[in-house]
Design a binder for this molecule. Structure first.
Ligand SMILES: [Zn+2]
Ligand SMILES: [Zn+2]
Length: 371
């Protein structure tokens, strides 16, 4: 894997072009490769040259539903190198390898004090942009990193850690937040439904709490990848009834906790049924408002709790950085497809139509950087 872990040529401000290529969202299911101006930066800001940017389910949702106005440049799981710094930036200089968070909360408002950072109005402001309405900007060659992100939302990538590994910090943070919401105790049994890259990360993180882990997916290929990360109690949902099998494995009770890491609402019932009376169910991929059928007595009479978790927590930033940069998990192995920026449209299309063999998909403007 030649592109992993390579170091870019030293970035020289004089070589920064005026225009760049970017994948521009123009409307529902309409993303185009366009030439746009390289963003300019002001005092306290940095310009980052993008090496890798993971494609996230939330990007796909925004593109397919039109929930956000056009035009925009999405992409928020971004790693790369500092290309230029504005006046007053002292912590970083051109050539530094970094990742950036695109959201950072104020830590002072009602929601922050209650640790529901994703509801903070500062958090909802996006601090990275490649042009247009700020939206992350990682699906481009250069990203403008605004001052509060330079201050609180930028993390150095240590030597020896690849840009690919590093771009998982944000998704790992969101998974960690979800796992903590379940308050897992050692000895409990957890079922994770869905073994895409996020389902596998959630499972590996949860295992650290000392739980017995059961995983399920419709694709045996994914279960196999999960096994290679130590998740070997698997259910092939294409052949086996998940609820029956989980009960068999738990003295007929059901799992103490269930994570639903598959989007849509069709598996909520399965997740609830697979949980034991008094158990907890975490919805991790139900990001679309709408209505779902839920058995109210499962919550009232059977005392099952239905929980949710969304986005990252600033309180878990250090822990997620350590997990990724110390290579506690070989996250690069979750990447099944790498696309150069020029093939962003194909990358987004594949991500929106997952195949048995497709896992994490990254767009790599830096795929041709030389060491
Ligand atoms: Zn994401
Ligand atoms: Zn706040």
């Amino acid at each position: 894997m030649a592109i992993a872990g390579e170091y870019p040529v030293q970035t020289d401000e004089a070589t920064i072009p005026r225009t760049m290529r970017a994948a521009v969202y123009r409307g529902i299911n309409d993303v185009r490769l366009e030439s746009v101006p390289v963003p300019s930066i002001s005092a306290g800001e940095m310009l980052m040259r993008v090496h890798s940017c993971g494609v996230c389910g939330t990007d796909l949702k925004k593109i397919s539903t039109g929930s956000h106005s056009a035009p925009r440049i999405f992409g928020h799981e971004t790693s790369g190198v500092v290309a230029a710094v504005g006046p007053d930036v002292t912590k970083y200089c051109p050539g530094d390898r970094v990742i950036v968070f695109h959201h950072i909360p104020c830590r002072e408002c009602f929601y922050c004090l209650n640790k529901t950072f994703a509801q903070c109005s500062t958090y909802k402001r996006v601090g990275c942009t490649a042009g247009f309405e700020p939206s992350g900007g990682g699906f481009s060659e250069y990203v403008r990193v605004m001052d509060w992100i330079v201050e609180h939302g930028t993390v150095r990538v240590p030597d020896g850690v690849s840009f690919e590994q590093a771009c998982f910090v944000e998704p790992v943070n969101t998974c960690l937040k979800g796992v903590y919401a379940l308050n897992l105790r050692p000895g409990e049994t957890l079922l994770t439904i869905g073994q895409g890259p996020i389902g596998i990360i959630l499972s590996v993180l949860a295992k650290r709490a000392g739980v017995t882990l059961i995983t399920s997916d419709l694709y045996p290929e994914r279960l196999k990848i999960g096994s290679s990360f130590g998740l070997d109690l698997t259910i092939d949902a294409s052949r086996t009834n998940v609820v029956d099998r989980v009960r068999e494995l738990t003295h007929g009770r059901g799992a103490d906790a269930v994570i639903l890491a598959v989007g849509g609402n069709s598996l909520i019932r399965t997740a609830m049924d697979a949980a034991r009376p008094g158990g907890r169910v975490l919805l991790f991929a139900q990001t679309q408002h709408g209505e779902a059928v839920i058995d109210p007595a499962a919550i009232c009479v059977d005392e099952k709790s239905l929980l949710g978790s969304y986005s990252a927590s600033v309180d878990l930033q250090d822990e997620s950085v350590r997990f990724v940069m110390d290579r506690e998990m070989d996250l690069e192995r979750l990447i099944s497809h790498r696309f150069p920026l020029t093939e962003s449209v194909q990358a987004l299309d594949l991500a929106a139509h997952p195949q048995p063999s497709s896992m994490k998909i990254v767009i790599q403007p830096g795929s041709r950087w030389k060491s």
